[in-house]
Design a protein around this ligand. Sequence first.
Ligand SMILES: Nc1nc2c(ncn2[C@@H]2O[C@H](COP(=O)(O)OP(=O)(O)OP(=O)(O)O)[C@@H](O)[C@H]2O)c(=O)[nH]1
Ligand SMILES: [Mg+2]
Length: 371
Amino acid sequence: MSKKKCTGCGIELQGENPKLNGYLPTSVLDGKSKDLLCQRCFKIKNYGEYLPVEMTKDDYREEVRRSLVGVDVALPVFDIIDFEGSFDDEILDILRETDSIIVINKLDLIPDGKHPSEVADWVKGRLGEEGISPLDVAIVSSKNGYGINGILKKVKHFYPNGAKALILGATNVGKSSIINKLTGTKKGTVSKFPGTTLKSVETEIPYTKITVIDTPGLIPEGRFSDFVCQECNQSLIPANEISRKTFKVQKDRVILMGGMVKLRILNDDELTPIFSLYASKDVMFHETNMEKAEELLQKDGFLTPPCEKCKDAFDKIEKKSKTYTVNQGEELVFKGLGWLSVKRGPLSVEVYAPKDGEIIIRDAFIKPKRK
Ligand SMILES: Nc1nc2c(ncn2[C@@H]2O[C@H](COP(=O)(O)OP(=O)(O)OP(=O)(O)O)[C@@H](O)[C@H]2O)c(=O)[nH]1
Ligand SMILES: [Mg+2]
């Protein structure tokens, strides 16, 4: 077996079996080029074509753990738009035992022009609740390059003699995109599909004494996006913008987040709550009454996601109803789907959703504007 590795996803290359991971024809594999891409990365990079791989959650976990050996600092990447959805127990455990500089990515997607320092304060508070106190927090967008040099500055500040830094995080948070920006190359394979990077890839950042290690993404539990098909899953990851809709609704009105979550307002007539819903723009928000809601949820492909293809499977998933009271200045988060921010409350709401989808209440990320 060859010892050469794919520069895109880190998998060990082989010239024997085109059906297995890491395949590359021997004519190329045995050539002189150092930057070799496996067939899968070649297809992702050149044709946007995705080839599923047979690696499990545990394989990815083991690879990340293995890569931690000899590392000076962890650079965990979180997606600001799906902050809770990018939490994974393994990541949180590593952060409790390793020095870290937190990287918050996809700043470009935040609505309402929030200042990066406000985002950093909110993140520190939220991580503090999890028992994590990082050395520092860097707020970035690998899409437009904002804050990328700040990551290097922070590493140099804490490690003036150089450092080995491990980039880790959930799938699709933008780890490889950040490394490509740091190294000024496009070597790491980036794609909209989760599970792109397969093994660790070590890269030196030119003109610094810093080495970064890219790792495969971990797959957190309890994400709503994992209850639908691959295509719907993609549509739940905000790419260019997120949508927001504000509701002022009375008792027994129902709001549907696609066909995935049903919210029924329980407040009595004394207070009409006001709240905004945030999610990827492909999630349809719909206000209706209780009867109509049932009818609409039966209709194939009307409220998406789920799409017509995965609706049957989604309908079979066990659901449950639970009541939440969310105060003004708090948010109800549906991991991997979106969030609800209360502007006038408290909001009393019955949530009907997949039983295993994680729902939490947090301090508002987007605060109501003061008048
Ligand atoms: N809007 C926006 N999209 C981003 C940003 N960074 C990455 N993306 C997109 O997020 C998706 C995932 O990016 P990757 O760099 O492959 O993510 P990863 O964390 O390496 O993913 P895995 O290797 O699968 O764990 C791609 O579609 C990127 O274009 C960002 O700052 N803003
Ligand atoms: Mg990657």
